[in-house]
Design a binder for this molecule. Structure first.
Ligand code: UFG
Length: 329
């Protein structure tokens, strides 16, 4: 089938993709510095501890394994943190990607799948957002993803690379069997915050901003289950391994929920009426991000399997309870 190098494969999204690759019969080499990832999250393949900025270590990996394609997840991902610590984001996300691409080129590898983000759009011209919308990020995190996408397009034009950039909307949920899920103690994403508040790990759920130009005043996002996103990666990989050309796809369900709707659903699914506190806007948040994901469906044949907010929250809730029970760190 092929051997796939997965950077950041011990992280939240990467580990679900590693699971999908393993289940589909691929050989997997996970390359992760374990800064935010966990050894327990790697269900398949071999884990090598290393940093994407380490050229020597990458050379060693490429020389020891006959890698067919690279999937690049290793990155910092927290929007408000990127506003406060931009250099940290540019160094890890941009320099890290350039370093990986340089090592790939030197070792004759050219198939690349990149974790991009809806954050590249900034405040979009219209909702739902198609891939043709102009890229105009409003936070450093989104900027790092837009810069790397530009590099990829330039390298593809120079015939150095074939890539698929997947622009993730809001990835949430966990393995339905609760073997893996969000493991970061300091996670910030809304659904994780809701289930951790419901579990009693936090005193209350803070809602950031109630004066956005949306029907209920809170931000709207398109939540996609992490296993559906993993499936999109497999389709992108098949496309590249079959000799397909470079592509960019939105990954979402083309449907938006407000923060208030998410909180309400989380209370219902968990059965816990957890406390909520209304706060001011969080820096770097666009009011609404909803994908037009028809291109992914039409071109790669993607069909969502978990397009249900309650189910997404339920898998996150089940995982969170298991994480607490096993005290996974
Ligand atoms: N929010 C709260 N309270 C919380 C956490 C979040 O009100 O405790 C709100 C945020 O202000 C935002 C919404 O919930 O309005 C979603 O926030 P998340 O932190 O869950 O996710 P983001 O939309 O900031 O970012 C995520 C990914 C990015 C990606 C983006 C694309 O982290 O990588 O989705 O839609 F770019």
């Amino acid at each position: 089938m092929g051997m796939i190098l997965v950077t950041g494969g011990a992280g939240y999204i990467g580990s679900h993709v590693v699971k999908a690759l393993g289940q589909a019969g691929y050989d997997v080499v996970v390359y992760d510095n374990l800064s935010t990832g966990h050894e327990w999250a790697v269900l398949y393949g071999k884990l090598i501890r290393g940093d994407v900025r380490d050229q020597e270590a990458l050379d060693k990996v490429f020389k020891q394994h006959s890698i067919d394609a690279v999937m690049h997840f290793a990155a910092h991902i927290v929007v408000p943190e990127s506003v406060r610590q931009p250099l940290k984001y540019y160094l890890n996300n941009v320099t890290g990607s350039l370093s990986l691409l340089e090592a790939m080129k030197r070792n004759g590898l050219r198939k690349f799948i990149f974790s991009s983000s809806a954050a590249v759009y900034g405040i979009p011209d219209k909702i739902p957002i198609t891939e043709e919308n102009r890229l105009d990020p409003i936070n450093p995190y989104g900027q790092t993803k837009a810069v790397v996408e530009k590099v990829l397009a330039d390298m593809a034009y120079a015939q150095d690379l074939d890539y698929v950039a997947l622009r993730y909307f809001n990835v949430a949920g966990a393995d339905p069997q609760a073997r893996i899920g969000e493991g970061k103690e300091d996670a910030t994403h809304i659904i994780t915050m809701c289930v951790r508040t419901a579990a009693g790990l936090r005193p209350c759920l803070e809602i950031f901003g109630t004066d956005y130009p949306t029907p209920d005043g809170t931000c709207i996002r398109d939540y996609i289950h992490v296993d559906d996103l993993a499936h999109a990666h497999l389709l992108a990989l098949e496309h590249l391994l079959a000799g397909g050309k470079s592509r960019v796809y939105n990954c979402g369900y083309s449907r938006g929920y407000s923060v208030l709707q998410v909180v309400e659903a989380a209370k219902k699914v968990t059965g816990v009426d957890f406390p909520v506190k209304y706060s001011g806007r969080r820096e770097g948040d666009p009011p609404a991000l909803v994908a037009d994901a028809t291109k992914l469906q039409a071109e790669l044949g993607f069909t969502p399997r978990y397009d249900n907010l309650d189910h997404i929250i339920e898998t996150a809730w089940r995982w969170e309870q298991k994480r607490i029970r096993l005290a996974l760190k």
